[in-house]
Ligand binder design. Structure first.
Ligand SMILES: *Cc1c(COP(=O)(O)O)cnc(C)c1O
Length: 351
């Protein structure tokens, strides 16, 4: 088996039909995709081919037992036209950790990095410069083996697809603190970027939407007393000048944005506490005026400020803040990502 990537270029590009000023997230995909099949116990010849639908047997196990994991990452273009990735090896490590939990095979490091960089190079015109513009990259793995026995598949497909993205203003984000539903539990798959985690969130989130909340802050499954994640983002609280976030665990996803923010905050001499956070503590802080900020963190928006939360029918507004930590972190991270600031951490990688 050879690892050299076989490349088949698209005959024509779709790019001239795309309105890059009015992109809705995740609907338009670039001209090419990366694929690699797992069969007979090993990864087969990787390919870059024109973006196209897949043909799968209806008995492919992904449809029945949900063996599917994914990642979300971005490429950024600087004003000189150079393209950058942000901590891409961490995404690979995480997809392999997710895969292991779902009894799926790990994908090789060198093949991932080479496939990713070649794919982006081929579709480089799809990465637009300017703050906010990026290429959203979606690596994922699905169980393709046609057999509906309830056991791990013997065949898989690894893919990378890419979608041009703009920064979007999410508006006022109000969240509902979960009192009944949970997204994860001890011993479960909360730490994995498993497709099924998202499927299970849609229903409770749609109920919250009907009540006028955009997202749910997930609490621990046992007591609903501890704050864990906001929607599909990690969550930070600022009480006075202390930044607090829950420790990662088998329930909480180890976000790359989260750990980058923790590092940046520590280096800016901000007091950071990584510890379990009780709902009652945030309610109390809100009442006594020491709660300054709540924000989610994730690749898509970097930070997403939360303006209010509801708990047991009571609404708590987060007061407007002039000197927001969330703005500071977003600016610093964007500066590193778009190559306008120095990167003392070595997080940025050119392609
Ligand atoms: C992807 C994800 C995050 C954010 O991770 P990043 O690496 O920062 O993008 C947080 N929580 C959940 C549940 C996620 O799926």
């Amino acid at each position: 088996m050879t690892n050299s990537i076989e490349i088949t270029k698209a005959k024509t590009s779709k790019i001239q039909d795309v309105d890059f000023e009015n992109l809705s997230f995740g609907k338009i995909f670039t001209d090419h995709m990366f694929t690699c099949d797992f069969k007979n116990g090993e990864w087969q010849k990787p390919e870059i081919t024109p973006y196209a639908p897949l043909t799968l047997d209806p008995s492919a196990r992904v449809f029945h037992y949900g063996q599917a994991v994914f990642e979300g990452m971005k490429a950024y273009k600087d004003d000189a036209g150079k393209i950058w990735l942000f901590r891409p090896e961490d995404n690979l490590a995480r997809i392999n950790k997710s895969a292991e939990r779902l009894a799926m095979p790990a994908f090789p490091h060198d093949l991932f990095m080479e496939g990713l960089k070649k794919l982006i190079n081929i579709d480089e015109d799809w990465v637009k410069p300017g703050f906010g513009n990026s290429l959203y990259i979606r690596p994922f793995v699905i169980a393709t083996e046609p057999a509906i026995a309830a056991s791990p598949a013997l065949e898989y497909k690894f893919l990378i697809i890419c979608s041009p993205a703009q920064s979007y203003y999410s508006g006022d984000v109000r969240v509902l603190v979960a009192e009944q539903f949970s997204r994860s539990a001890n011993g479960g798959v909360g730490f994995a970027k498993a497709a099924g985690n998202y499927a299970a969130q849609f229903y409770p989130t749609s109920l919250a939407n009907q009540e006028g909340f955009q997202q749910i802050i997930w609490t621990d499954a046992d007591t609903h007393e501890y704050l864990e994640e906001a929607g599909t983002m990690n969550v930070f609280f600022r009480i006075n000048d202390t930044l607090i976030t829950a420790p990662t665990s088998e329930r909480i996803l180890d976000g790359i944005t989260r750990k980058s923010i923790i590092q940046i905050a520590k280096d800016a001499d901000i007091n950071v506490e990584i510890r379990p956070i009780k709902v009652s503590e945030i309610v109390e802080a809100s009442k006594n005026g020491s709660l300054k900020e709540i924000f989610g963190s994730g690749t898509a928006a970097v930070v997403s400020p939360i303006s209010a939360f509801s708990h047991k029918g009571e609404l708590f507004e987060v007061p407007k803040q002039d000197d927001k930590y969330s703005d500071k972190f977003k600016n610093l991270l964007n500066g590193i990502q778009y190559n306008t600031l120095e990167d003392p951490y070595g997080w940025r990688q050119s392609i």
